[in-house]
Design a protein around this ligand. Structure first.
Ligand code: ADP
Ligand code: MG
Length: 696
């Protein structure tokens, strides 16, 4: 693809502010903006004008269809395309798109998972425009970002609770700012997700049923060369990878996605793309588009993009670092200030986050649960299943000093002014960032590193926003009653740090000692996905969601069900794929190899009676053992899957897949990988780890 002028193509397929201002009658533009700012619904007259302008713009840019683009409870995004076409009686046609079609779509969504919600509500779903995320054109279709609800108002998607949680946290943040004498027009949640992914050759992908059906390798002996050399990180890009990235950047820029940095990651064939941060819901939409484009464009370059959290065992997995902050016009609320007063404001937001992460530790852990992420968490390279906060030594020292009321002795780099009571002035912590922390303060934002690479990050952000909203609300309620505001703030910060300090940990999060220490501190450590999901229906957490107006109890329970069902489904597909591959590809391959060896031995002996066949015999015996083991393990796995399928209820089923099926899958894999390691290379039907990861 010819290199286009970035400035020219950026946002060229987006119905953005610029297009609206240019094309909408100015009165319409103003009232649209005013409506959006109030967060109110559009009236139909206004919607009709916007829709007709949007339609003309879309048609000029090659669109023939439109779709309400939404985010169901599983899967990534969903769209049903309708054409603009409306036939006339005289055989001609006009292109139509009404305000009603823009703002609301009726969706026969019975095939989308709802965890029993719509059954109880007995209502069909509808999609509603989220006008705070711009419409865009993709593949000749005008995509309108929408929320998806039942007619009774229950959220059937991931966007609705996200928008509710954003509203909750930003309105509480506004209250706090008001107490600091700052009346701002609005507060935003900002998010910048760093997306990790693997690229492998298309021909390798196509030769592996496991990758095609499950997104990860279910078999594969460890390569002789691992990632020990660390030569890949920031290394030079392969030609086709670099062409892919260029293509991807351009397509994303057209969609207004601000793809900014790209580089190799730690593992071979692993890469990362980071956009410039945006408003939370927009960042989520853009991340979904990014994943879609990655998958779509890779094959054009002879590659396939793997977004799974753990495509290769023993090799680093992929995550999605969720950079998160709050901002008001002209200020990042997580940026330490220059004056003691600004510092105080910063510290109150910081304290609220510390408290939120401690009190809703289990919920944050729950928010990133997934069958794929389960292989990653607790593994060698990824954050453990314990949610703790990295604060940096300087900041922790300051917090300690505040909590104990003692003087803080600053390290040389920090600029501290202890003149004003206990309100220290400090410079940004530039110490080496701790890469092992699941939730790290990185100077002016938090980086939540637990989300998996394949998921919609709405869940993680919804929980984070809601928990922080709750704590800010508690603070605002208390501070509004205070007689001496500054003193009350300091008292509050002190109390928070004293009570919630246990969640701060600056050390090596991957170490065994930390697990022990975390247990002593009473922090959650639940490596099992299904058990961690239980937090969704814990009364304390349901109360949080209800109190903050984000999810009601039925919505929490339905999501819990969907997540459990999804876990079981993923494991089921993996297990039956393994069975199929083991029985129809791997055992036959090993037999073929052994048959040829046996034949060869006989020929050797005939040609040269008495000759040694020691090597062949060794292989025959060993491979026979492994093949027997594979066959037995496959039978056991099949029985385990049958047992899981007989379980009643989503929790019991998911548990059985986790406790019973997963270990049986491991056994089968171990036998197969052992067989692979001694089977003749040209006999083994699957491209090996070395072939896939170290191709040239
Ligand atoms: P890293 O060292 O982790 O790669 P970067 O500085 O490159 O960190 O930033 C990573 C991501 O964080 C980028 O997507 C960036 O836009 C985002 N980011 C930066 N500031 C903020 C903020 N205030 N709120 C949310 N995300 C932010
Ligand atoms: Mg990062």
């Amino acid at each position: 693809m010819a290199s286009a002028n970035t400035k020219e193509i950026y946002g060229s397929l987006v119905f953005n502010e610029h297009v609206m201002k240019e094309r909408l009658p100015s009165a319409t533009y103003k009232s649209l903006k005013a409506t959006l700012q109030r967060g109110a619904a559009l009236d139909l007259d206004l919607a009709n004008i916007v829709a007709s302008v949007m339609r003309d713009w879309a048609i000029e840019n090659g669109a023939t269809h439109y779709t309400h683009w939404f985010q169901p409870l599983t899967g990534i995004t969903s769209e049903k395309h309708d054409s603009f076409l409306s036939p006339n009686k005289d055989g001609t046609a006009i292109m139509e798109f009404s305000g009603k079609e823009l703002v609301k779509g009726e969706s026969d969504a019975s095939s989308f998972p709802n965890g029993g919600l719509r059954a109880t509500a007995e209502a069909r779903g509808y999609t509603a425009w989220d006008p705070t995320s711009y419409a865009f054109i993709k593949d000749g279709t005008l995509c309108i970002p929408t929320a998806f609800c039942s007619w009774t108002g229950e959220a059937l998607d991931k966007k609705t609770p996200l928008l509710r949680s954003m509203k909750a946290v930003t309105s509480q943040a506004k209250r706090i700012l008001h107490l600091f004498g700052k009346d701002v027009s609005h507060v935003d949640v900002t998010v910048g997700p760093e997306q990790e992914y693997f690229l492998i050759k298309k021909e390798h992908y196509e030769a592996r049923e496991d990758l095609i059906l499950t997104g990860r390798t279910l078999f594969g002996a460890a390569p002789s060369k691992g990632q020990e050399m660390e030569e890949h990180y920031f290394g030079a890009l392969r030609e086709e990878v670099s062409a892919f990235m260029k293509d991807l950047d351009e397509e994303l820029w057209k969609l207004g996605v601000s793809a900014k940095t790209k580089h190799n990651e730690v593992a071979p064939c692993q890469h990362e793309l980071a956009p410039i941060f945006d408003r939370c819901n927009v960042a989520v939409d853009h991340n979904l588009l990014t994943m879609e484009m990655m998958k779509k464009l890779a094959p054009k370059h002879g590659l396939v993009c793997l977004l799974h959290e753990k495509p290769f065992e023993g090799v680093n997995g992929s995550g999605k670092h969720n950079n998160w902050s709050l901002s008001a016009p002209g200020m990042n609320l997580l940026d330490p200030g220059d004056t003691p007063k600004d510092n105080l404001q910063f510290l109150i937001f910081l304290a609220a986050i510390i408290k939120a992460v401690d009190e809703y530790n289990d919920l944050l852990r729950m928010s990133i649960v997934g069958a794929g992420n389960e292989h990653r968490l607790g593994g060698n390279e990824a954050p453990p299943a314990i949610v703790s906060i990295f604060m940096g030594e300087v900041l922790e020292g300051i917090l300690d000093a505040i909590a104990s009321g003692s003087e803080y002795v600053a390290p040389a780099a920090a600029k501290i002014d202890l003149g004003v009571e206990v309100l220290p002035q400090f410079a940004k912590d530039d110490t080496d960032r701790n890469r092992t922390s699941p939730f790290a303060f990185t100077g002016n934002k938090f980086e939540f590193r637990m989300p998996g690479s394949s998921v919609n990050i709405s869940d993680a952000n919804t929980v984070l926003n809601t928990a922080v909203a709750k704590e800010l609300k508690g603070y605002a309620d208390e501070l509004e009653q205070a007689e001496d505001f500054d003193k009350a703030v300091v008292k509050l910060i002190k109390r928070t740090i004293r009570d919630h300090k246990r969640v701060i940990f600056n050390g090596n999060g991957y170490s065994r000692e930390w697990e022990e220490e975390a247990a002593r501190r009473g922090l959650h450590n639940e490596p099992s996905a299904c058990e961690a999901l239980g937090a969704f229906v814990d009364p304390k957490n349901i109360a949080l969601f209800e109190q903050m107006g984000v999810l009601n109890e039925a919505e929490c329970r339905s999501r819990y069900e969907v997540k459990l069902e999804n876990y079981a489904k993923v494991r089921h597909i993996e297990a039956v794929t393994m069975l199929e591959m083991a029985r129809r590809q791997l055992v036959p391959a090993a037999s073929r190899y052994m048959g040829d060896i046996a034949k060869g031995m006989n020929r050797k002996k005939t040609a040269c009676p008495g000759i040694s066949c020691k090597a062949e015999e060794k292989v025959l015996r060993q491979l026979t053992n492994y093949t027997d083991a594979m066959s037995d393990a496959a039978d056991r796995l099949e029985a385990c899957v049958e047992k899981a399928e007989r379980c009643e209820g989503a929790l019991a089923t998911a548990r059985c897949y986790h406790d019973v099926v997963l270990p049986a899958m491991s056994d089968l894999r171990a036998a197969a990988d052992a067989a692979e390691s001694i089977c003749g290379a040209e006999y083994w039907p699957l491209p090996s780890y070395s072939t896939m990861l170290f191709y040239v």
